[in-house]
Design a protein around this ligand. Sequence first.
Ligand code: DGL
Length: 269
Amino acid sequence: MDNRPIGIFDSGVGGLTVFKEIRELLPFENLIYFGDTARVPYGNKSSTVVQKYSLEIAKFLEMQNVKMIVIACNTASALALSTLKNEVRIPVIGVIEPGVRAAIKSAKNNSIAVIGTKATINSGAYQNRIKRLRNSLNVIAVPCPLFVPIVEENLMNTKLAEDAMDMYLSDLKKTDVKSVILACTHYPLLKEQISNFFDNKICLVDSAYETAKEVKETLEARRIVTEQETLGKESFFVSDSPETFTNIASKFLNRDIDGKCVSHPWVEY
Ligand code: DGL
């Protein structure tokens, strides 16, 4: 039994899609969320930079005495998971492995697509993992860099979002792909529109729920589940603009955040 909180981090607000699933599956756990709002986006940065930022956040979460770290960011999971696993002494989970497992389960034919930020797609992390688990699958990977700002600016369900989809996904629509992995924290907020773009004929895989399941399994396997039987506490930290975070967060969570979001500009720039 272990009542310490679970630390969850992302480059900004997007990781709240993962936070939300963890909260639903593990209502009694205390949760700490860190959003690196001063340095978002990570999706167009180099691996050296994303590793440095991720490590700084992991150290901060360790200082908050967390019992486990969840990298709720696809880009950081793709570029920094092994760095963090080497550098911290508590369990670290990323979103890629759970997302890939869910996608393979849902694959309806021999092709599967991954859409994400430039850094995630260029890292090859998803493609390699899928190939390692099922070599026979044909993987098509497409970066969609404008999707993150579209969500951040609340421009879902607009003509602009439709044009961006046309630009990035038209070629994919002509293939026989039936499953698409939403390999970015922000894309679940575009789910309906992406599904419509593909005439509702494809399965969209979002790793948030699978990641939450893996968190639960890890807590149980390591016997570090909380013994609390009341709703867990929630704390939110950001590296800049807590008010903006608080506003956008309600969109991701479908509710207001519980408590105050604290600005924590400790990170080196
Ligand atoms: N959280 C990032 C991801 O899942 C998207 C936002 C960013 O580029 O930092 O890849």
